[in-house]
Design a protein around this ligand. Structure first.
Ligand code: SF4
Ligand code: SF4
Length: 76
């Protein structure tokens, strides 16, 4: 499967599904992801998408495929 270059900053699309594994936090060279705590669970948030360099690493590492480009968010 070919990896297409990304064109928009990715974000975590569904924080309720996020396992808080922290892989996106570790993968982002710009350190844009932060683990937040809500009750007993953790989830990741891209705190500053404006600083994204579009490297695409966060999209690749999320085991749950929750990280998606802002420009390709599914319509609701
Ligand atoms: S695409 Fe790269 S720079 Fe942008 S949020 Fe993901 S890992 Fe960080
Ligand atoms: S890699 Fe995916 S599941 Fe893991 S903390 Fe990041 S968004 Fe959540």
């Amino acid at each position: 499967m070919g990896q297409e270059p990304i064109t928009a900053p990715p974000i975590v699309t569904d924080i309720h599904k996020c396992s808080g594994c922290g892989r996106c936090v570790a993968a982002c060279p710009e350190k844009l992801y932060t683990l937040e705590t809500s009750g007993h669970r953790k989830f990741s948030v891209n705190k500053n998408p404006a600083k994204c360099t579009l490297c695409g690493r966060c999209i690749t590492v999320c085991p749950l495929e929750l990280i998606i480009q802002t420009a390709t968010l599914p319509e609701k």
